[in-house]
Design a protein around this ligand. Structure first.
Ligand SMILES: Cc1c2[nH]c(c1CCC(=O)O)Cc1[nH]c(c(CCC(=O)O)c1C)Cc1[nH]c(c(CCC(=O)O)c1C)Cc1[nH]c(c(C)c1CCC(=O)O)C2
Length: 344
C-alpha cells in the first residue's frame, strides 16, 4: 500500500494541519476538457473504463492542467455491476441504462457476487496511475447501494425514484436482499482499489437526498455502513457524498465516514454543526457559480474557504460534479486561488 499520508489532501481528510486547503473537483476527469473529448472519440464510455492505458491518461489530464491536490480514478459507478453480470450501457447525455431492470426476487439472481478478478482492469489502472502520479494522491470510488439500486430498479436515471421507493417500502425483504448484494459488490470494488494503491476512497450516494432521515436510517444506512465498516482496516480516509443531503449529513457521517461531502445547499459551517467535530468536510461551491464571471467565483470561493475553517479538516470541491460546459481555465484559476487564500 502506498497511502500518501503526508499529502495535504490526506492530511485534511484526517483533520491534520495543512500548508493550504487541498482542492479537487468531482467529475474533473471528463467532458469539460478538450483533450478528454479527443481521446474518447469513437470509444464507448464502458469500453474506455476497461482500458488501463486510457484510464491512466484521462485520470492524469486534470492533474496536469489544473494542479489539483488529488486525482480521481476515471471509471463509473456502474462498472462493478456490469462486471457482476448486469447488461447495461452508459448512454451519452443520459447516463446508465439497464437492459432489464431488477424488480423481482428472480431478477436478483442476475446480480452475481463480485470477485476481485472481475475488475482486474481497475487494479491495473490504479497501479499504473500510482506510479505516474508521484506525490499526488489517487482517490478510488464506488456508488453506494441506494444509488446503484436506483439505476437497477428504475432501469435508468429517474426524477421521482417511484419504483425504487415502491420496492423499499413495499417489499423490504427483497429490498434488503438487493442492497446487501450491492454492498458486497461495492466493498469488493473499493478493496481492489485500496489494495492496488489508492490513498482515499469516496462512496457516492448521489441520490440518497430523495429520502427522509428516518427512511435513510432504516432502509439505506445499514448497507452503506457495512461498506464503510469493511474499509476500517484499509488505512485510507473514507469520503461519503450525496446531493441534496442537508437533512442526512449527520447520519451519513455516522455511517462511518471520515469526511462528509456537502452539496452547495448547506453552508460548511452549518454542515459541521450537524456532522460533529470529529469528521472533516468536503465541498461545496455550486458548479453553476463557475458560469457567473470571475468576480463572483472569487467571492464565493473565499466564502467557502472561510466557512470550511469551522470544520476540523476541509477539502475544497464543488457541491456536485463539473458541468460539461465549464470553461477549464476557470477551474485552473480556482485551484490557484484556493491555494493562495488558504496558505498558512
Ligand atoms: C451518479 C453517478 C454516475 N457516475 C458517477 C456518479 C456519482 C457522481 C455524481 O453524483 O455525479 C461517478 C463518476 N462517473 C465518472 C467519474 C469519473 C471521475 C471523475 O472525473 O469524477 C465518476 C466519479 C465518469 C463519467 N460518467 C459518465 C460520463 C460521461 C460519459 C460520456 O460522455 O460518454 C463520465 C465522464 C456517464 C454517467 N454516469 C452516471 C451519470 C449520471 C452519467 C452522466 C450522463 C451524462 O450526462 O452524460 C452515473
Amino acid at each position: 500500500m502506498t497511502v500518501l499520508n503526508d499529502s495535504p489532501f490526506v492530511r485534511a481528510c484526517r483533520g491534520l494541519t495543512v500548508p493550504h486547503t487541498p482542492v479537487w473537483f468531482m467529475r474533473q476527469a471528463g467532458r469539460s476538457l478538450p483533450e478528454y473529448r479527443k481521446i474518447r472519440e469513437g470509444i464507448g464510455m464502458l469500453d474506455s473504463c476497461r482500458r488501463p492505458d486510457l484510464v491512466t491518461e484521462i485520470t492524469l489530464q486534470p492533474v496536469r492542467r489544473h494542479h489539483v491536490d488529488a486525482a480521481i480514478l476515471f471509471s463509473d459507478i456502474v462498472v462493478p455491476i456490469a462486471a457482476a453480470g448486469i447488461d447495461l450501457d452508459i448512454v451519452a447525455g443520459t447516463g446508465p441504462v439497464v437492459a432489464e431492470p431488477l424488480r423481482t426476487a428472480a431478477d436478483l439472481e442476475r446480480l452475481r457476487p463480485l470477485a476481485a478478478g472481475d475488475v482486474d482492469f481497475v487494479a491495473e489502472a490504479v497501479r499504473l496511475l500510482v506510479a505516474e502520479l508521484g506525490s499526488t494522491p489517487l482517490i478510488g470510488f464506488a456508488g453506494a447501494p441506494f444509488t446503484l439500486a436506483s439505476y437497477l430498479i428504475e432501469g435508468g436515471p429517474s426524477r421521482t425514484y417511484l419504483k425504487t421507493k415502491a420496492m423499499m417500502y413495499g417489499a423490504p425483504d427483497l429490498w434488503n436482499a438487493l442492497l446487501s448484494r450491492l454492498a458486497q459488490i461495492t466493498l469488493t470494488f473499493l478493496r481492489v482499489q485500496v489494495e492496488a494503491g489508492v490513498s482515499a476512497v469516496q462512496l457516492f450516494d448521489s441520490w440518497a437526498g430523495a429520502l427522509s432521515e428516518a427512511d435513510y436510517r432504516q432502509y439505506v444506512m445499514p448497507h452503506s455502513a457495512a461498506v464503510l465498516r469493511g474499509l476500517l482496516d484499509a488505512g485510507v480516509p473514507r469520503i461519503h457524498f450525496g446531493v441534496g443531503t442537508g437533512v442526512l449529513l449527520e447520519a451519513m457521517g455516522e455511517a462511518g465516514a471520515d469526511v462528509v461531502g456537502v452539496d452547495w445547499r448547506t453552508p460548511l459551517d452549518v454542515a459541521t454543526k450537524r456532522i460533529g467535530p470529529d469528521r472533516a468536510v468536503q465541498g461545496n461551491l455550486d458548479p453553476a457559480i463557475l458560469f457567473a464571471g470571475w468576480d463572483v467565483v472569487e467571492r464565493e470561493a473565499r466564502r467557502v474557504v472561510a466557512q470550511g475553517q469551522s470544520a476540523p479538516g476541509h477539502v475544497f470541491n464543488l457541491g456536485h460534479g463539473v458541468m460539461p460546459e465549464t470553461d477549464p481555465e476557470i477551474l485552473t484559476r480556482l485551484v490557484a486561488l484556493v491555494h493562495e487564500i488558504s496558505a498558512r
